[in-house]
Structure formats: structure tokens, C-alpha cells
Design a protein around this ligand. Structure first.
Ligand code: PLP
Length: 373
């Protein structure tokens, strides 16, 4: 008894208090008139009108528990993407699925690998499971498969790869992802987070469906929060080997996805016109923003998603922090990247035409002022 550590209050599991709680993109700007939230990669086009209708209609079912198996939604996803519905598990956002995967496959003494500027949810879910996160170097703001493989130890249980990655906007071509998977021990789970895959228009990109279908240790997670515009409803899904689906179905909450979310998700899956419109808007304005911001003399990291990283000089008055303060006064909310190890950058989500034009105009003013002083 004397050696046993006693505490005078309940104590969480090891690792929990090492977590830095996730801080989302700012939503408000005090004193500014009209506000444009360009800090959370939300779509400026909103959800499909048919998703809104389905959501409203679901109000009649508010007193009922949802179908715990999300059968109708899984069938819809399966038919839309040509998948086996039995290998789909839905979640309250892909965040929930990432948490469940970490909880199921990580424990004390285990390691998970992610990359230097990888999505910040990975360290959170890893530490929450009592395991250690190993963040490997990237090359030019891009994940490096060889560096990931070199970091594997006997303790490694999960590799997290966002493809494309948030916040860098870079991606690994399909052959590099395959090479990474081929180099991993078969007992290591490769989690491909394809939250932005619908935005990518590159011939050498694959979201991960084929790799999941042909291996026993790859999971692909997807979300309705980004191009489908349902972030508020919390809806995501994963495609995984049957044995992984079985594990996650044992530990997830029995009613983890709500009826309005399922109904809106199904409706938005089949509104391909809205999807194409959203994609076309992004293609046009991502290219435009990249070009116009580069012309101002600021480096822009090439992105295949719906956001981009802008680099600012370290000189006083010209920094990312200074730019953020300047933009916020004009109602333009971007995201500082200090927590991602990128203090010289701001992340900008592609917005409406009005927002995009205002950002470029404000940056031009900021750059002009900074140079003049
Ligand atoms: C936004 C985002 C998600 C989506 O999370 P949800 O919980 O589905 O809203 C997942 N991964 C990355 C890398 C993201 O940026």
C-alpha cells in the first residue's frame, strides 16, 4: 500500500493529460462587418438543396432511434462508389472513426506514425489510446513514404496518412501509397484519410478503395463534412477489411449516426450536379488564388484540395501573424499554422468569389504596406 500512488481525485488514463485539445478554425471577427470564415475548409457552396430537404423531412422521426447499422446509408455509399456495403462503417464524422480505430488498435507501449505537418487529430487519438505518436519528417511539405518506413519499429501499430494532407494540400500518388503499404508489416494498419479526395483531379491519385479491397491492413476514411457540405451534421464513413469492420462495430456507440445526418448524406450522394458544381468552383478559384497570391510575391504551396498554404516572410511587420491580424480586421478569417509546426504560414480555404477577391485585395494591401515601411 505504501508504494501505491494514491490520488485525492479521479485520474485519467496515461497520455490523456499530454493531449493538447484540438482548436478549430476561428469563426468570428470582432468589429468587422461582413465576416468570411475561411479557416475550416468548409465549402462556400453549402450542402445540396436535396440534402436540406431530406434533413427537414427527418424532423418527423425525431423521437425514434436511428437504424444502428446505418443500412440505407451504407447501401447508398456502396452503390455510389461501387463498394461492398458490408465493408463500410459509418461514424459521427470521420473523427469518430479515427478515435475508434486508435482505441481498437493502439494501447500503452504502442506507436503510431504520422508526418511532421499531418492532421492534428492523429496525435490526439493516439495519445487518447495511451500510445506514442511518432511524427516523421516531410519532404517539401509532402509525406515521404521512405521516411515513414524508416520510422517503423516493432511497437508500430498504425500509420496515419492524410491523402491529400491537411494543411499542406499535397498528396502522394497511388504508386507511392502502394509502395508504402507493401513496405509495412502486415500487422500494421495503414489508415488513409481521404477527406478531400473528391476535390483531387490528378490522374495519378487514388483515394484508396483499391488498396483496401486488395489487402488486409488498409482502411480508408471519408467524410461528408467537406465537399458535401454537411460538417454540422457529423457524418463520415470508412471502407475497411471485414475483420476491421467487425472490430469497430463491436466498440462504436450503437446509434452513433443520427437520422437527419443519414438522410441528408444519402440525398447529397446522389446530387451529382451539386457535386460537379462544387468541384468546378474549387478548380477555378484554387488556381486563381494560387496565381494571384503568387503574383503578390508570396509563396503558395501547391494544393490539390480546397485550401492552400501561404508563406510569409519572417521580418517584423510582414509575418503570418501580422497578416492574420490585418485580414481579421477586414472580416477575413484564415488559420494560423503554429500548432502544425508552420508558423510562417497561413492556411486559406477556397471561398465564394466575393471572399476570394477580398482576400487577394487585402493581401495586396498588406504586402504593399509591409514593403513601404
Ligand atoms: C476535415 C478533415 C476531416 C473530416 O473530419 P470530420 O470529422 O469528418 O468532419 C478528416 N481528416 C482531415 C485531414 C480533415 O481535414
Amino acid at each position: 500500500m505504501a508504494n501505491e500512488k494514491m490520488s485525492n481525485r479521479p485520474t485519467p488514463q496515461p497520455g490523456i493529460l499530454e493531449i493538447e485539445a484540438y482548436v478549430g478554425g476561428r469563426a468570428g471577427a470582432e468589429g468587422a462587418g461582413k465576416v468570411f470564415k475561411l479557416s475550416a475548409n468548409e465549402t462556400p457552396l453549402g450542402a445540396s438543396p436535396s440534402a436540406k430537404e431530406a434533413f427537414m423531412a427527418a424532423a418527423d422521426a425525431m423521437a425514434l432511434y436511428p437504424d444502428g447499422g446505418a443500412d440505407e446509408l451504407r447501401q447508398a455509399i456502396a452503390s455510389r462508389y461501387g463498394l461492398n456495403a458490408g465493408r463500410i462503417v459509418c461514424g459521427a464524422g470521420s473523427d469518430e472513426l479515427l478515435h475508434l480505430l486508435a482505441q481498437a488498435y493502439l494501447g500503452e507501449g504502442d506507436e503510431a506514425i504520422s508526418t511532421e505537418h499531418g492532421f492534428l487529430v492523429y496525435p490526439i487519438v493516439t495519445k487518447a489510446a495511451g500510445a506514442k505518436i511518432v511524427q516523421v519528417r516531410e519532404k517539401n511539405l509532402r509525406a515521404d513514404g521512405d521516411a515513414i518506413l524508416a520510422a517503423v519499429t516493432p511497437k508500430t501499430k498504425i500509420v496515419f496518412l492524410a491523402n491529400p494532407n491537411n494543411p499542406t494540400g499535397s498528396y502522394l500518388p497511388a504508386d507511392e501509397v502502394r509502395r508504402l503499404q507493401a513496405g509495412l508489416r502486415p500487422d500494421i494498419l495503414l489508415i488513409i484519410d481521404a477527406a478531400y479526395s473528391e476535390y483531387v483531379s490528378r490522374n495519378d491519385y487514388e483515394a484508396g478503395i483499391e488498396l483496401v479491397a486488395t489487402s488486409e491492413n488498409v482502411v480508408m476514411t471519408r467524410t461528408f463534412s467537406k465537399i458535401y457540405g454537411l460538417a454540422a451534421l457529423r457524418l463520415g464513413w470508412m471502407y475497411a477489411p471485414a475483420h476491421v469492420c467487425d472490430v469497430i462495430n463491436r466498440i462504436r456507440g450503437p446509434f452513433n449516426v443520427s437520422i437527419p445526418a443519414m438522410k441528408a448524406g444519402i440525398a447529397s450522394l446522389f446530387d451529382t450536379a451539386h457535386l460537379e458544381k462544387s468541384r468546378a468552383h474549387n478548380d477555378k478559384w484554387l488556381a486563381w488564388l494560387t496565381e494571384e497570391i503568387s503574383k503578390l510575391g508570396l509563396d503558395v504551396a501547391p494544393s490539390v484540395a480546397n485550401f492552400l498554404l501561404i508563406h510569409f516572410p519572417p521580418q517584423a511587420g510582414q509575418t503570418a501573424k501580422d497578416a492574420d491580424a490585418f485580414l481579421i480586421k477586414r472580416g477575413l478569417i484564415l488559420r494560423q499554422m503554429v500548432s502544425y509546426g508552420l508558423p510562417e504560414y497561413l492556411r486559406l480555404s477556397v471561398g465564394s468569389e466575393e471572399a476570394n477577391r477580398l482576400v487577394v485585395a487585402a493581401l495586396a494591401e498588406f504586402v504593399g504596406k509591409a514593403r513601404a515601411s
